[in-house]
Write a protein that binds this ligand. Structure first.
Ligand code: ASP
Length: 349
């Protein structure tokens, strides 16, 4: 009796919350692109980071470069899924492509730490087994997502960091590069801007004032119904003291469960850790019965926004529904399903 009364109250509260959310929603907050009740054969969604990405600051050439890179990453991931390959392979391959592109803050093109180094974080999770792997603060591994996958598949651990993670990657036969490989002029200038702004402010400034992110992530659902998610980043410009953000933290930046969904986040990592964002989406679906759209909109547009945490995420549920909400100005993003392809950069166009 008491239990059903509590349940009734909770249900009403939930309804009231989601209705309140709806009245505030602008068109930009509509996250579900393709609501579906029968399972899509496969689906893949990617992001290339969220942040102050505004059309007025973009040249048509740059826009074209980003759009092409996002489409190429989708082609690679979709190619794997179409042939019946696994969601893990699709995620890994799409992310490797984005890591190798200097356009994004992951692998080549990673942002610089305060000391002028590139320290890379990555993670991957298999929704079928809930096995996961991650690396934090690696400086010599060409493709950190491969190191994350090796941790998942060839170690007893979930997260390896620093020198130990590098040694493990080398032992696994992964490609090791000189730290200089990750240098790009753009990111170096970002660090200088962040440092210059910092000295004018009172204290430490934890990002380029131009404030572009660029982390990459991918979530996929394969033909067998398995979901996988992965994320890779250089973290935040001017980071210090071997800081990690949410990306190598399973449940914060990355999460996958076949029972609910897969999620990859991007944004101000400290908030995503504190609010366990990726897992929170899954938990809202599992325990409260929310659908992907409501769960992702609630966390990004209400919970995180109220807390002051800027960023976004990509997600796929077990039916192949896709969500790509963000509360920043823009987010490089796109998805593909049989017969469908979308690539976007800014708020609703
Ligand atoms: N979430 C990443 C971090 O805090 C940064 C980003 O997504 O741009 O390290």
């Amino acid at each position: 009796m008491i239990r059903s009364a509590i349940f009734f109250l909770a249900l009403n509260l939930l309804l009231a919350c989601s209705q309140a959310g709806e009245t505030e929603k602008t068109e930009e907050t509509v996250a579900i692109e393709t609501p579906s009740t029968s399972r899509a054969k496969y689906a893949i969604v990617i992001h290339g980071g969220a942040g102050t990405i505004l059309k007025e600051n973009m040249t048509p050439e740059k826009e074209e470069e980003y759009t092409t890179a996002l489409n190429n990453a989708l082609d690679i991931g979709e190619g794997v899924l179409k042939k019946g390959g696994s969601s893990l392979d699709a995620v890994q391959k799409a992310i490797i492509f984005l890591e190798n592109s200097p356009l994004f803050n992951a692998g080549k093109g990673a942002v610089f730490t305060h000391e002028g180094k590139n320290e890379l974080d990555a993670s991957i999770m298999d929704g079928a087994t809930r096995n996961a792997g991650a690396v934090g603060g690696v400086t010599t591994v060409k493709n950190p997502i491969l190191a994350a996958r090796a941790v998942m598949e060839h170690s007893r651990h979930v997260l390896l960091t620093g020198k130990g993670a590098e040694q493990f990657a080398q032992e696994q036969g992964l490609e090791i590069v000189e730290p200089q490989y990750f240098f790009t002029e753009n990111r170096w200038e970002s660090l200088q801007r962040a440092k210059a702004a910092e000295s004018k402010e009172t204290g430490f400034l934890y990002a380029d004032p131009a404030h572009k992110y660029g982390t990459v992530g991918c979530v996929a659902l394969d033909k067998k119904g398995n979901i996988a998610a992965g994320t890779s980043t250089g973290g935040m410009t001017n980071k210090r003291y071997n800081r990690f953000g949410d990306v190598p933290v399973i449940g914060a930046g990355t999460y996958a469960s076949n029972a609910t969904c897969g999620v990859s986040c991007t944004g101000h990592g400290e908030y995503f850790i504190r609010y366990a964002v990726a897992y929170d989406i899954s938990a809202l679906m599992e325990y409260k019965g929310l659908n992907l759209e409501d769960a992702t909109n609630y966390v990004i547009h209400e919970k995180l926004k109220e807390a002051g945490g800027s960023g976004g995420l990509i997600a796929i549920d077990r039916m192949g529904n896709v969500a790509m909400p963000f509360n920043s100005a823009g987010m490089y993003r796109g998805y593909a399903k049989p017969g469908e392809r979308v690539v976007r950069i800014y708020g609703e166009e």
